[in-house]
Design a protein around this ligand. Sequence first.
Ligand code: G4P
Length: 196
Amino acid sequence: MAAYYKPFAPLIERIKRDGKCLEGGILKVDSFVNHQIDPTLLQSMSIEFVRRFANKEINKILTIEASGIAPAIMVGFLLNVPVVFAKKKKPSTMNDMLITEVFSFTKQRTYSVCCAKEFLGKGDKVLFIDDFLANGNAAKGIIDLVQQAGAELEGMGFIVEKSFQHGGEMLRKMGYQVESLAIIDSLDNCKITFKA
Ligand code: G4P
């Protein structure tokens, strides 16, 4: 087993039971993670994130709308720290903001992600939480926002990492503590192969 990877058994079992494979290397977990949500599983996954980042001093959770919000809130609740979600559309009421561009491999387009300077700044010790880590483009956007803000990124937690898209490899090489509860090595031939 890779030293950085500890599979979270309740999630692995649930993916085996209810996860579906789509063409193009997409794992559908919308019956329990990102459309219908199983709050009991979400709670246990969030407790696991808190355990894995217990070595860090965290005062803010950051995510990107939409699917990251649910796990981010649960982790923020457990740590009793605020949760900020970066927005994919600039709100008309937001003037003083940090902005970055993210390329979505899945959607093959670039979109802007923004966050009010008021909610991310110097002195913030940030944990980024999201549902999927694929190529890591969303994470790169978050790194940029955190750097612009002069804050510190203490770690990144993902529910599912797809190792064949190499985002995790890139982020770990950059020196970040990346914790993924399930790592999938392949979805070839619509078969889910987990990292051992
Ligand atoms: P990257 O950020 O790691 O580079 O990934 P990519 O651009 O490929 O991902 C774009 C979107 O697709 C993200 O959601 C991501 O969570 C989602 N995604 C990536 N791989 C999978 C997968 O195998 N299954 C599912 N269900 N989603 C995947 P998003 O477009 O930002 O949408 P939202 O759902 O957060 O609003």
